[in-house]
Design a protein around this ligand. Sequence first.
Ligand code: NAD
Length: 476
Amino acid sequence: MNRHLDSTAANILSGGTSKSHDIEGGMISKAPICAEETVAGIPDISQELREKIRSRKAKVGIVGLGYVGLPLAVEFARQGFQVTGIDLEPQKIEQINSGKSYIGDVPSEEVARWVEQGLLCASSDFNVLAELDTINICVPTPLRKTKDPDLSYILAAVEQIQKNLHPGMLVILESTTYPGTTEELILPRLAETGLEVGRDFFLCFSPERVDPGNSQFNTRNIAKVVGGVTPTCTELGTLFYQQAMEKVVPVSSTQVAEMVKLLENTFRSINIGLANEMALLCDCMEIDVWEVIEAAATKPFGFMPFYPGPGLGGHCIPVDPFYLSWKAKMNGVEARFIELAGQINGAMPHFTVNKIQAVLNDRMKSVKNSQVHLLGMAYKKDIADVRESPALDVLALLRKLGARLSYSDPHVPRVKLADFELESQPVLPSCREADCVVLLTDHSSFDYEAIVNQSSLIVDTRNAFRAWRMEKIIRL
Ligand SMILES: NC(=O)c1ccc[n+]([C@@H]2O[C@H](COP(=O)([O-])OP(=O)(O)OC[C@H]3O[C@@H](n4cnc5c(N)ncnc54)[C@H](O)[C@@H]3O)[C@@H](O)[C@H]2O)c1
C-alpha cells in the first residue's frame, strides 16, 4: 500500500512550487511480508514470548548503552528481568560490569545492585544476541555534514541482530529516525533470514522520550508510544513495555510511532525558533522579551511559553527535525517551518556574540584581547552533555575574534574544539577578572548572587539573573 499525498496537499506544503514526485525509496510502503495468523499445526511462538514476558523470564537485550539505553536497561533490571547491554565502547562495558554508572540520571549504586544480583551485565560480544528474547536498539542517529540522516549505527546494529535472529524474538527500534525506517530498512534485512514478521519474529518502533536531567519525568513515568509492523508485534511490544513503564500507548503502525517523536521534537524546535525570533525583534525595539513571555504565559489557554537562548543543543532538537525534512524532500515536499526554525536557531550563537561585541564596544573595549568568561558549556542546565551545545559555537566564534577565553561548568571539566582545549575554572575569581561574563547555561549550582557581586559586566542569555535589575546585566 503506497500512501501518497494528494497533489493539492503536496502543493500547499511545498509552497505551490513542487510536484508530488514518487522518489525511489521515498514513499512509505507496507512490506508484504506479514503472517499474523497461526497456521494450523505450527506452534504459536508469540504465545511463548507472551508468557516469557509476563513471567519476567524473557531475556532482555539493549543495544547501545548511552543516555537512552542505560536508563532503559536499569529499569527492566529493576523489574526483575535479566538484562544484557551491548555496546562497542569497552570502557562502558567495563564500568557497568564493575557497578559504575557514567550517566548522571542513573546512580552507580543502582547499577551495582543489579549487577551483583545477576540482573544486569554488559558485553561487546554480539553473539550474546542469540540468547536473547527481546532487543531494544538505542544507538545514535546523527546527521551527516550535509544534514542528511546517518543511519549507519542502526544498520550496523541490525546486521548483528540479523545474524542472531531466531524464532520468538522481539526487536524494537528506539533511536529517533524518519518515518519508514523500521519497515523500509530493518524489516527487509531481518526478513532475509527467511523468518516471517508477525509469526516468527516481531518488530516495533517505540520512540524514546527521556529528558536527561529531568528530576520529575524519567524512563518509568514517561508514557511509551509503540507501533508494530503487525497487530501481534504491537501487542507484544505493548506487553513488554507494560512490565516496566507506567503507561504504554499503542499506535497503529511503526510509521505513526516514528512520526510521533518527530512531531514532538519539531514542535519544540519551531517554538524555540519563534521565541528566538521574538528575542531578535524585541532587541531591535528595545523591549524585554522575557517580560513579554512571562506576561503572555499568564493566559490560561492557547499559549505555552518557550524561551530564547544562545541556540539549540543536544542530540535531539537540533538534529531530529532534519530527519523529517529529509524524508519530506524524498516525497517532493518542502518542510518550510523546519528549515526556517533551523536557520533562526542556528543563528543564535552569532547573535549572542554580536551582543557581547556590542556591550564591550559600549564600554570602549574590543572583543579582541578582552577576557571573556563563559558560564556553562552543557547544552542545558544541570547535565554534562555538550553535544551540539551552542556554548561551543559561542566559544569558537569569540576565539576567532581574538578574545581571551575561560569558562566554568561544574558538569563539564574540559572542552575540546578542533584546535584548542580549555579546562573549567573556579567561578568567582574568573568572573572577577573578566571584562565580560556570559551566562550560557543556567546550572542550578551557580551562586548567582556572588556572580553578580563579583562581575563588572554580564551578558545573560537565559534570564538567570531575572532577580537583578542592574545596568551591568544585559539580557538577551
Ligand atoms: N539523549 C537523549 O536525550 C535522547 C532522548 C530521546 C531520544 N534519543 C535518541 O536515542 C538514540 C540514542 O541516543 P543517546 O543519547 O542514548 O546516544 P548515546 O551516544 O548516548 O548512546 C549511544 C550508544 O550506542 C553505542 N553504539 C553505537 N553504535 C553501536 C552498535 N552498532 N552496537 C552497539 N552499540 C553501539 C555507543 O557506543 C553509545 O554508547 C538516538 O537516536 C537519539 O536521537 C536521545
